[in-house]
Design a protein around this ligand. Structure first.
Ligand code: GLN
Length: 304
């Protein structure tokens, strides 16, 4: 398959859509990013890589990081995690408080904000230790030792993170957090602030296309059983309340973030990452979603 030719074709078609949507400004540090960026990267289990656009420019991965913390939690805590967080699509926005109250502080799934906050609590071993573990993990799966937190973004999230703080406190009141809201949110805000390139992102999730083994190194990152589960969760919950539309249009497990990144998995074949900062009303990259739709159409490689 000539993926470079496919990426070139997508880029030509997507150009009029780049910048359509809105760059989020509820985290002020993200609002400063230009809407005009677009990047796409493919990483295959056979070691081939293809890119187009600004694929070597760092961006804030935001909620895509929830895949990394959940991977650590699946390994560290295992199935016990599911007592504290569900596995159903929420049908609500990623930062909705209403459902959390109705459902006694048990978030619907690990990819909405409260679910990810519970996951951060489950892997908590101290602020410094947990953040180090996370960075070590991300550096290993990306193969890029320079990946780090963006302290400016993390601070901006902390300062303006009142909704996330409300969710954490609500869950604490239902005894679904072990640590203090501040400690857990420190992990959560930092994980969201991780900066990497679109190519780094495609590389970082490659283990999910290869039964949990990173084909770049041969390292086992996750068991094959848990990898199946992670892909299922991404398919059913990875794009919030637009997950049905994404499954319909793209047909792949994926995870988005409000930084405009989306990572998607073609099991046993490849990963494809996109980045374009302007978002649709569900908080997913507008041009990025369209680009992935074109990708599975031209490459004829959705999971269905
Ligand atoms: N840091 C963002 C928040 O907490 C992450 C949300 C997202 O990427 N969907 O609101």
């Amino acid at each position: 398959m000539d993926y470079q030719q496919i990426l070139n074709k997508i880029y030509d078609e997507i150009k009029p859509l780049i910048g359509k949507g809105k760059v989020p400004d509820y985290i002020p540090a993200l609002g400063n990013v230009s809407a005009d960026h677009f990047a796409m990267a493919v990483s295959t289990v056979n070691g081939e890589e293809f890119t187009i656009g600004d694929a070597d420019k760092n961006f804030s991965i935001q909620s895509v990081s929830k895949v990394f913390t959940l991977t650590i939690a699946m390994d560290l805590v295992g199935d016990k995690l599911w007592k504290r967080v569900g596995r159903e699509p929420s049908g609500s926005s990623f930062n909705s408080l209403v459902q959390l109250e109705y459902e006694n502080g048990i978030p619907r799934n690990p990819f909405i904000n409260p679910g990810a906050i519970v996951v951060s609590d489950a892997i908590f071993e101290g602020r410094g230790k947990t953040k180090n573990r996370l960075l070590k993990f991300v550096r290993e799966v990306s193969g890029n030792a320079a990946i780090s937190f963006d302290e400016e973004v993390a601070e901006s999230e902390r300062k303006f993170g009142n909704r996330n703080r409300a969710m954490a406190n609500l869950m604490k009141s239902f005894n679904n957090l072990n640590e203090t809201a501040d400690d857990v949110l420190d992990i959560y805000f930092h994980q969201c602030s991780i900066g990497m390139t679109t190519l780094d992102l495609a590389r970082s999730v490659l283990f999910l296309a290869n039964s949990g083994i990173d084909p770049k190194t041969g390292n086992k990152i996750l068991s094959s059983r848990m990898t199946k589960k992670m892909n299922s969760l991404m398919l059913t919950c990875g794009l919030y309340d637009a997950v049905g539309d994404f499954a319909y249009r793209v047909g792949l497990p994926g995870k988005s973030g409000v930084g405009g990144g989306i990572a998607a998995i073609v099991p046993d074949e490849l990963t494809v990452a996109v980045w374009s900062p302007a978002l649709n009303k569900h908080g997913n990259s507008y041009a990025g979603t369209k680009a992935l739709e074109l990708f599975t159409t031209y490459a004829d490689n959705s999971i269905f």
